[in-house]
Design a protein around this ligand. Sequence first.
Ligand code: SF4
Length: 399
Amino acid sequence: MMFERRVTRSVNVGGVQVGAGAPISVQSMTTTKTADVEGTLEQIYALASSGAEIVRCTCNEVEAAEGLARIVPRSPVPIVADVHFQYRLALAALDAGVACLRLNPGNIRKEQHIKAVASEARDRSVPIRIGVNAGSLDPDIEEKYGMTAAALVESAKRELNYFEDVGFEDVKISVKASDVRLMVDAYRLLADAVDFPLHLGVTEAGPPPGGILKATAGIATLLNEGIGDTIRYSLTADPVEEAKAGRQLLEALGLRERSSLDLIACPSCGRAEVDVISIAAMAQEALSELDLPIQVAVMGCVVNGPGEAKGADLGIAAGRQRGHLFVRGQVVKVVPETQMVDSLVEWAQKIVSDGVEGALAAADKSAEAEAEADRAALLEEQGEDANRSDAIVEMIRKR
Ligand code: SF4
């Protein structure tokens, strides 16, 4: 674990532990009508296979609660019911057997209603997420504190007090905003005030790629400070993109083990011997179909590529119309340029089936020498200054 995590209580969401040092979990939310049981289950399965470990479904009408009763027993992951305005739908979702509720304190405001739900959840040992949202804050809190981090935290605390009055503390909390700075400040403030596990998200982040950037700015900043126990990207996109983004972020930060392909590629420069962008895109497409949990590098030249990407499980670098395939920095085969992508796929499968050691043992004995000859020839042709930087500097000086 790279970051020291904030110490929190533990909440059990249908078998997925959240908080108290458990792996940070990825959440997403279905976009189907919950009453459409088959359509919703299809999306839940797609989300689960893309990395979502907890899935939320709206419970906005009685038909949705009835749908949940049919979805919950068939779902591969725990289901959270998202409830706004109508506390009776929260009670109905509990009847349906959901693993967790999400309540919005901004729109279920009557004390007796909140306590009725918390009491029922307590009796059934079902946790609740207090889901504060800057866009739907309790008006009297907004009036008193303005649209500030303190207002978001105050809303969560007020809900907590109602819960504590009925002896219910099985809680996780979110204080989301679409403004990244506000969201970050609110979570920091909340993390100092309570020890409940926190669900991170930038709400209404928007469509990718801007939405992914905004959500990552907020979520990653907090995760790097050890804050956050479960995350959700709120994207205006197929929710599968949310699950993938969440998973990728956790893997990129070293907070979860790699479970899928991580394709890295150089940005290309004057030394590039191939069109790195199109080769990387072809490799991404071909390898994504296999969904192998390895890091693969596509590098534009053999002069710097294998060295710069020596940490990758597998890589290929271009030079003199050939591709140098390397495993953890060691060249294992030299192939014609037209076979670069096919060879990557073949060796990726070899690594997954035989391991890195097995792939290295299968290396072509003459590959290292062939690769070194290509490299030396290119250096000879291009010199050290393939980008012509020295020549350009000279030209500038003469002006
Ligand atoms: S030096 Fe080679 S590996 Fe590095 S960016 Fe340029 S082409 Fe890519």
